[in-house]
Ligand binder design. Structure first.
Ligand code: TYD
Length: 137
């Protein structure tokens, strides 16, 4: 299926404000449009380093900046967009098939990634030219 950059969306999450501190949450298939099979998080990224230069064939994901800030570049093979994530009450939904990179990590940033699949290296497209060819099929 041909992907389109407009399918990548910021999703606002519930935010329960309280004098004792705020609380946000999400549920599979309710606040995000897929069932969560795996969670991972990226932290202690040294200044200037990048993560995630790849695409996934099947994996849907939802990325939240639980702490600090970072940028997510998304590319559908034709158009690119960069999203700055810096609050824990919203995140970025990236359906399968998009190239994505993460950079500009602030000190002490914590990126939570919720995934629709279990880990398998077979789902990765790690080379940009292969990604372009995959889009052209
Ligand atoms: P990778 O997804 O390439 O990291 P990033 O996209 O942030 O640059 O994963 C880095 C390494 O960790 C790679 O060897 C695969 C391994 N890994 C797992 O074993 N399980 C997982 O759930 C993830 C996300 C990665």
């Amino acid at each position: 299926m041909k992907i389109n950059i407009d399918q990548v969306k910021i999703i606002d999450l519930p935010k329960i404000e309280d004098q004792r501190g705020n609380l946000s949450f999400l549920e599979s298939n309710k606040h995000i449009p897929f069932q969560i099979k795996r969670s991972y998080w990226i932290y202690d990224v040294p200044g200037g380093h990048e993560r995630g230069g790849h695409a996934f064939k099947v994996q849907n994901e939802f990325i939240v900046a639980l702490s600090g800030s970072f940028d997510v570049l998304v590319d559908d093979g034709e158009y690119k967009r960069t999203y700055s994530l810096n609050r824990s009450y919203y995140g970025l939904h990236i359906p399968s098939g998009f190239w994505r990179e993460m950079n500009n990590f602030s000190t002490n940033s914590l990126a939570l990634v919720l995934s629709s699949t279990l880990f398998t290296e077979d789902d990765y497209i790690r080379d940009y030219e292969s990604f372009k060819n995959y889009q052209r099929r």
